[in-house]
Design a protein around this ligand. Structure first.
Ligand code: ATP
Ligand code: MG
Length: 247
């Protein structure tokens, strides 16, 4: 479970500070897929990088299974798998070698890594290119390798920043199937996306973030009935338009 409470974050810029997260409060529970939706620059990646212990909050707290991301970073890192488009895999190492490397970083034994490699290769249909250099793989295949690497240690919490962007329909299905099975196994899944159709299809609950603030949060069904809208896309535009009118 991931609990974010009153999260503020600024970046230092030349002219001073840019206040990017303005008091985000939300909870992603076990056995659910939580979607953080918002336009470019809204603060999605900043929020997810804070959960992943890569950024420190200015104020507010983020807890993963009850552990604080600042004071218990090591425990939190064991408990999360973080996949981001910023992680560019390339070079001569193969998927098997990368899994071995990241498995060791996660304190896994050689036998466990070997077993896990077979499982992941079967789950993601990667058996045929497990030993090919990453540089020779297509972008969809590379994305699947990134996915496998991020969850090699079987984390309880899975955090994916834009997991389906730049993928073809087949690769999107692999990721969607994986996220659904993780949820069935009781994991807590948080993903960010601006592909609203993906969010509506996959997420149990969503939070809409705009300019560093959470505009609404709830189950997809509850939000649609409360706001009397047919789909997430209509809800998104009506909330964002309201927000822009206030500025
Ligand atoms: N290292 C940084 N230094 C200064 N400003 C930053 C930095 N990283 C992000 N920002 C700014 O913070 C804001 C939020 O960025 P963030 O990457 O969290 O948004 P996002 O919702 O993930 O957007 P996108 O959909 O484009 O990925 C943006 O205005 C961005 O320009
Ligand atoms: Mg982003």
């Amino acid at each position: 479970m991931i609990v974010i409470d009153g999260l503020h974050k600024s970046y230092k810029i030349r002219s001073g500070k840019k206040h990017v997260l303005k008091g985000i409060t939300c909870t992603a529970r076990d056995g659910e897929i939580y979607g953080l939706l918002g336009p470019n620059g809204a603060g999605k990646t900043t929020t997810l990088r804070t959960i992943a212990t890569l950024l420190k909050p200015d104020s507010g707290t983020v807890r993963v299974d009850g552990h604080d991301v600042v004071t218990e970073g090591r425990v939190v890192r064991d408990r999360i798998g973080f996949l981001t488009g910023e992680m560019k895999l390339a070079g001569q190492l193969s998927c098997r070698e990368l899994l071995r490397y990241f498995g060791r970083l996660n304190h896994m034994s050689a036998a466990t890594i070997a077993k896990r490699t077979e499982e992941l290769a079967a789950d993601f249909d990667m058996i045929n290119y497990l030993d090919m250099p990453i540089a020779k793989l297509s972008s969809g295949m590379t994305q699947k390798v990134g996915l496998a690497v991020s969850i090699v240690h079987e984390p309880r919490n899975i955090i994916f920043d834009e997991p389906t962007s730049s993928l073809d329909v087949l690769a999107v299905k692999v990721i969607s199937d994986f996220l659904r099975s993780a949820k069935r196994n009781g994991k807590c899944v948080v993903l960010s996306t601006h592909v609203l159709a993906d969010a509506q299809r996959l997420c149990d609950r969503v939070g809409i973030i705009y300019d560093g603030e959470l505009l609404c949060e709830g189950t997809v069904d509850d939000l649609l009935s409360t706001h009397k809208v047919p789909d997430i896309e209509t809800l998104f535009f009506s909330l964002v338009n309201k927000q822009m009118e206030q500025v």
